[in-house]
Design a protein around this ligand. Sequence first.
Ligand SMILES: Nc1nc2c(c(=O)[nH]1)N[C@H]1C(S)=C(S)[C@@H](COP(=O)(O)OP(=O)(O)OC[C@H]3O[C@@H](n4cnc5c(=O)[nH]c(N)nc54)[C@H](O)[C@@H]3O)O[C@H]1N2
Ligand SMILES: Nc1nc2c(c(=O)[nH]1)N[C@H]1C(S)=C(S)[C@@H](COP(=O)(O)OP(=O)(O)OC[C@H]3O[C@@H](n4cnc5c(=O)[nH]c(N)nc54)[C@H](O)[C@@H]3O)O[C@H]1N2
Ligand SMILES: [Mo]
Length: 747
Amino acid sequence: MNERDGVKVYPTVVWSAGAGCHGNCGQKLYVKDGKLIKVEGDESHPWNQGRACPRVLALKQYVYHPDRIVYPLKRVGKRGEGKFERITWDEAFDTCEARLKEIKDRFGPEAVIFCQGTGRDIGGPISFLAYNFGSPNWCQLGLSGQSCYTPRLAGMKITMGDFAVADCSQFLEKRYDDPEWEVPKVIIVWGNNPTTTDPDGFFGHWIVDCMKRGSEIISVDPRYTWLTTRAKYHLRLRPGTGGALALGMLNIIMNEGLYDKEFVEKWTYGFDELKERVQEYTPSRVAEITEVPEGLILEASRYYAKSRPAAIHWGLAIDMEPEGTSVAQAITHLWCITGNLDVPGGNVIARPSHGVTTYPYTTEELLGLYGEDLVKKLTDKRIGTKEYPLVKNFRGWAQPDMAIEQIDTGKPYPIKAAWIQTANVLGGQAARAKLHYDALKKLDFVVVVDLFHNPTTMALADIVLPAATFAEKDSFRSWWAPLGVMHKVIQVGECKSDWEINFEMAKRFNPEGVKWNSVVDLINDRLSVANRTFKEMVEKGCWEMPPDGPFKPYRRHERGLLRADGKLGFNTETGKVELWSKALETWGLDPLPRYVEPPQSPVSTPDLYEKYPLIMITGARSSLFFHSEHRMIPWLREKEMDPFVEIHPETAKKYGIYDGEWIYIKNDMGRVKRKAKITLTVKPNHIQTLHGWWMPEMKGSEPDLFGMWDYQINLLIPGPQCSSSGFGGGQYKTTLVTLEKIKEGGK
Ligand SMILES: Nc1nc2c(c(=O)[nH]1)N[C@H]1C(S)=C(S)[C@@H](COP(=O)(O)OP(=O)(O)OC[C@H]3O[C@@H](n4cnc5c(=O)[nH]c(N)nc54)[C@H](O)[C@@H]3O)O[C@H]1N2
Ligand SMILES: Nc1nc2c(c(=O)[nH]1)N[C@H]1C(S)=C(S)[C@@H](COP(=O)(O)OP(=O)(O)OC[C@H]3O[C@@H](n4cnc5c(=O)[nH]c(N)nc54)[C@H](O)[C@@H]3O)O[C@H]1N2
Ligand SMILES: [Mo]
C-alpha cells in the first residue's frame, strides 16, 4: 500500500462484481477518506501488465451507483409488485434460516436449489452453503446443458486426466522474456473472441502479445472479428458444426502421418480406434457439413500440424454444440496427437495454483473439500445423476434443464425454494426464459443475493441481500495461476461479500461443520496447502506464482508430477492420453468423439428452416457489458445504447430493413425487439445479437420487468439440452428465426 496526500493506493486482484469477469487482473484502487476515487491497471502484475478493461475503468460509477442495493430488503407487496422494505441483517438471516429450515424439515434439504451464474467468485461460497445446508442441488439454473466450460473441462479430463490452456507464458513470472517459454508458431482460436471476453482464466490480449512476437492465427468462427481479419486462415463454419471440423482435422492429420509419432507411441491409448472413427469424416464430407471449403480445411490442418509448438485456445461455442463434451474431446485429441501437450508454447496442463481449491471443478475436488460420505449421500438425490453419467461422475452440478422441469412439475420430488446468488436467471442466463419465469413463480421462498435489482429480483425475490464488489471484499482466487487474493478497502452501505453471507448462513445450518471463526480464518485454512496466510498474501501485493512442481509447466508427465502414485504419465486410468476414453466406456458412453447435427438446422429441420431461414447466434460478447450487468453504468451504456442485431446487407435488403430500424426477431416461441445493424460481419443466412438485455431505466415491477418481455432474447432460445452426457447442447448459438418489421404503433 502506498500513501500520498491522504490517498492510499491498494493493489488487489479482480474477480467478480464490478468488472464481472473470470479474470485475475491486478488493479490498483485509489482510496481517500474511505472512498474509492480512481482505479488503474497494476503494471507490476504479470497477468495484465497494467491493462484495464472499460468495466474496471467505470468501477466508481458501479460502486456508488444510486440504484445499488445497499441494505437487506424484504418483499412487502405481492410477488412482482416491486415493493420492498429495508430490514436489518439480523432479520434477513433469521428469516432465511427459519424459512429454509421449515422447508428442509418438511421436504428434505434437496427441496432447496442453489443457483449461481457464471464462475465469478461464487462457486466456492455457494457450494459451501449448499453442502452445509445438505442440498445436492447446486447449478447454473437456466444455463441449458450447463453449456459453459463444463463440457470443455469434461472433454479434457476424460482424455488427459487434467485441464489445459494455451501457453502464452502465463505460468512464468517473467512472462514473454522467460527463456523457458517459446512463442507458439500458430494459435488456433476456436469459437472464442478472446480480446473481448478474457474467459476462463485466460487474458485475451496474451494472444495479441503472441501475435506481436510472431504467432500466426487460425480462426474458427462464423463471423468476422478483429482477430479473424488478422488470421492466416479463417474457417467460417456453419454454427454448431465444430465437431465435424475437429474430426475432419484429425482425419487429415492422422491419414497424412502429420502427428507426433514418438508422443503417440509412448503416451497415447486408443490411437487405432480413433483413426478408424475419423475415417467417417473425410475432408469432402466435413466441407459439406461445415460449409468451409475443403481446400481451406486441408491447408489449415496441415499448417497446424506442421507448426511446432502450436496452441489451441477455445471458447464457449464449443460447449454449446449438441455434444459439447465430444467436440471438446476431439479438439483435445488434436493438441495431444501433435505433441503439443505440456510443452512451451503448446497447451499446458493447468491446475489450481499451489493446489489451493476455491471451487470444486471435479468430483475429486469435491471429495477433497467435503468428504466422501457427504458427496455420496448428495449424489443419490442430485437432479440428473440417474439419467446422465457425467452429472453423476464428473462434476457436482445438478442438471439445469431437468431442474427447471422438476421445479415446474414437482416430480420426482418437489423443489420449494431457491437461493439465487450472482445469477440473473430470468434476465440473462436461462434459455426458455418464459418457462423459467412460470416455474420459478411457483416456489414458496426465493432469496436473491445481488447488487442491483433486475428482472430476477423483481419477479421472484422474497428477500434480497446486498452483495459487495471486489473492492469491498476479502476473498481468494486460485484458478490456474497466479494465486491471488482480494481484500476489502472500502465499505458501501451494509453490503457484505458472498463469502460473508454464506459463511453466516452455513454456520446456522451446520454449526459443527463450520469450524472456522471467520471468513479470513476459512481462507487461511484453504491457503495452508500453499503455506501462506491471507495477510501475507495481501502484504506481498495480492498474488504469487506457483513454485516448481505439479502446478507449473512443463513436461510434468515425464517427471512423475501428475499422478497421485508418483509414476510417470498422465492422471488417467492407463497413465496415457486416452484417445479412447476408458472413463466414458465405464460410464456407458461412446468412448470416441463423434459429430451430432444441431437440433434446429437447415439439415436436421429443413421445414423449420424454410419458415425460419436465419441461424441466430447469440451472445458474442461486448467488452462494455458482462452478461446482463452494466446496462445502468453511464460510461458503458452510452457507448452501446441499444441492443442491436447484426444483419448482412443482402438479408436486410430481402426483408426491406434499413440500418438503425427497430425490428422483431421471431420464431415459434415469440418475438423480441432489436435495432438493425447492417454489417458484413455475418453471413447472409446468419444473424448475431447480444444476450442479457434489459432496461434498468424502465419500470421494474410487473408486468414490465425492466422491458424483459420485449428485449430478452432468451425468450426465443429453445430447450432442453441435447447431449448424451448431460453437459453441452444449450442452443444459444443455433436457433432458427426470421425477421419482421415493426408496424406503426409497435405491432
Ligand atoms: N442468449 C444467450 N444467453 C446466454 C449466453 C449466450 O451466449 N447467449 N451465455 C450464457 C453463459 S456462458 C453464462 S455463464 C450465463 C451467465 O449468466 P449470469 O452469470 O447469470 O450473468 P448475469 O446475467 O450477468 O447475472 C449475474 C447477476 O449477478 C450479479 N452479480 C455480479 N457479481 C456479483 C457478485 O460478486 N455477487 C453477487 N451476489 N452478485 C453478483 C449481477 O448484478 C447480475 O444481476 O449466461 C448465459 N446466457
Ligand atoms: N466483456 C465480457 N466478457 C465476458 C463475458 C461477457 O458477458 N462480457 N462473459 C464471460 C463468459 S461467462 C463466457 S462463457 C465467455 C465467453 O466468451 P467466448 O468463449 O469468447 O464466447 P462468445 O463471445 O460467446 O463467442 C466467441 C465467438 O464464437 C463465435 N461463434 C458463434 N457460434 C459459433 C460456432 O458454432 N462455432 C464457432 N467455432 N464459433 C462460433 C462468435 O461469432 C464469437 O465471435 O466470456 C466471458 N467474458
Ligand atoms: Mo459462461
